[in-house]
Design a binder for this molecule. Structure first.
Ligand code: BES
Ligand code: MN
Ligand code: ZN
Length: 532
């Protein structure tokens, strides 16, 4: 293709800054669920022994129904099953015109409350069902600040919608008319606005979810509208807003620095690659974490082209970089007592006359050489450069996040990410942290015997090895680029990063923002000196 011809949608100059992510407002309310002016009041319904039971928090609503809300719900077919949503007209005495009952699953054992994830999912399902409304009053069973945090997070995450009018500005002047936009306000009934712990929980949820939703927006943005330069520009703009330091290496600087991995992957594209360093520092920080994100704005596979059926969703291949970006900004918003350096390894993997060929040898940042046996194993190449670079700053730990392998999706499915490390204790810690954050993950091994599979007769390493255990082979490849003495973790989020089926709980269709909550929790644990 001739360069510099008329309109070229890949050119960064044609990129219009996205509208800011619409953020659902969160308020803590002291009024009773009956007295709150809202479009709907959300209550919980659980599966009782024989019939559904109304959960705590809904007392005032139940009273307006003469104590018969559970019976009414049962008549309407509600069972209390998780995720079930039943809408009914409100009884007189309620300010809201509609009651929305959301299923919570089994009633917890006596003395136990609902666990955080159950509350998150229920609040998310309710918020999705209220898409396009102005205000939802959430009267779910909140017993403590942790419960409030869970309902807030779930509702704000579930409220997310991608604004289809976020185009390149050429034909999208109006806001998307078909898409109603997110629920505009979530009011937490029983939220205790004068209690410090409740207030902190609300502030944390608001900051965290705004950044997760920004990550989702970036992931959902089509690749012709978000190339590496455009992504870098987003990071720089956000950094300015939140007092973060950024450094952007463009293709010239990458060449000068010897970043052969990032350049090798990006050289087939009209849109050149970038390496972004985005850093948050706290003056009293005792720990420094480096987060490295795979940012392939489109993965066609390159010369080892992906077959049809495998490339339609590959705009999601920058989800790791989006997660890292979101986590660093969240840490800044929360003022965490930790230093966090994000590395966004951005490139577009395309086939062309200038693309890397299978069989080529790349000279990576730091000097190792890699034989590219398969240009579709590109993530590990950009990550290798960024991990090496991150290691030069001697952080206390490096964690990379990447939609790295189809093999990990086969192994763990669509909702669980894999954790690999060079340190067993850290693997356990990361798994615990993910669990605390409400994300599903599983520890995976890096068996030594797979190492010889990535030997190459013409370079230090090959970018592909045994087919079996492909997710682990990728981890073993990355491990080669971790400087001695640095604790390292690798999160392969290829499964949970992008939801191709219908929405569920607080998870929308499309970009999910997987790993952001885990990274933020990791930063908080590091700030507390509690990395296990
Ligand atoms: N981006 C893909 C991995 C992927 C697959 C992400 C499915 C999300 C959903 C990655 O770059 C890739 O193509 N990996 C190859 C590696 C192989 C060629 C060694 C794979 O997994 O097939
Ligand atoms: Mn690939
Ligand atoms: Zn990829």
């Amino acid at each position: 293709m001739r360069r510099g011809a008329a309109y070229n949608p890949w050119r960064p100059t044609n990129y219009r800054k996205r509208d800011p992510t619409t953020v659902t407002a969160l308020t803590l309310s002291t009024s009773s669920a009956a007295a709150l002016r809202a479009d709907a009041v959300v209550v919980g319904v659980a599966k009782g022994a024989k019939s559904p039971v109304v959960a705590a928090g809904a007392e005032a609503v139940d009273k307006a129904f003469g104590g018969k809300l559970a019976a009414v719900l049962e008549t309407l077919g509600a069972t209390g099953a998780e995720g079930e949503v039943t809408k009914l007209p409100a009884a007189s005495g309620l300010k809201a015109p509609v009651v929305l009952a959301v299923g919570l699953g089994e009633v917890p054992a006596k003395g136990d409350g609902y666990d955080a994830e159950t509350l998150r999912r229920a609040a998310g399902a309710a918020a999705r069902a209220l898409s396009g409304s102005k205000k939802g009053a959430f009267a779910l069973p909140i017993e403590d600040p942790a419960g409030a945090a869970a309902v807030a997070e779930g509702a704000l995450l579930g409220a997310y919608t991608y604004d289809k009018s976020n185009g390149n500005g050429r034909n999208a002047k109006d806001k998307d008319k078909k898409n109603n936009g997110p629920l505009a306000e979530v009011a937490l009934v029983g939220g205790k606005p004068r209690d410090k712990a409740y207030k902190a929980a609300a502030e944390r949820a608001t900051a965290l979810v705004a950044e997760i939703n920004r990550a989702r927006d970036l992931i959902n943005t089509p690749s012709n509208l978000l190339n590496p330069a455009a992504f870098a520009a987003e990071a720089v703009a956000a950094a300015k807003e939140h007092g973060l330091k950024t450094e952007v290496l463009d293709e010239k600087a990458l060449k000068k620095g010897g970043y052969g991995g990032i350049l090798g992957v990006g050289q087939g594209s009209e849109a050149p690659p970038r390496l972004v360093r985005i850093a948050y520092t706290h003056p009293k920080a005792e720990k420094t974490l480096a987060l490295v994100g795979k940012g392939i704005t489109y993965d066609s596979g390159g010369i080892s082209l992906k077959p049809a059926g495998h490339n339609e969703t590959m705009k999601c291949d920058m989800s790791g970089a989006a997660a890292v970006f979101a986590a660093v900004v969240t840490a800044a918003k929360l003022g965490l007592r930790v230093n966090l350096t994000g590395w966004l390894a951005l490139a577009e993997n395309m086939p062309s006359g200038s693309a890397t060929r299978p069989g080529d040898v790349l000279s990576m940042y730091g000097g190792k050489t890699v034989e590219v046996l398969n240009t579709d194993a590109e993530g590990r190449l950009v990550l290798a450069d960024a991990i090496t670079r991150a290691g030069e700053e001697k952080p206390d730990a490096i964690v990379d996040v990447a939609t790295l392998t189809g093999a990990m999706v086969l192994a763990l499915g669509n909702r669980t990410f894999g954790i690999m490390t060079n340190d067993e204790a850290f693997r356990t810690t990361l798994h615990e942290i993910a669990e605390e954050a409400g994300e599903q993950s599983w520890p995976m091994p890096l068996p030594d015997h797979l190492r010889k599979g990535i030997d190459s007769p013409v370079a230090d390493l090959a970018n592909m090895g045994e087919r079996m255990g492909g997710g682990l082979v990728a981890g073993i490849f990355l491990k080669e680029f971790v400087a001695d003495g640095i604790t390292w973790g690798h999160l392969d989020i290829a499964g949970p990063a992008f939801n191709e089926s219908g929405p569920f709980g607080y998870t929308p269709k499309g970009g999910t923002g997987a790993a952001v909550r885990t990274l933020v929790r990791l930063a908080e644990r590091a700030a507390d000196g509690d990395l296990g």
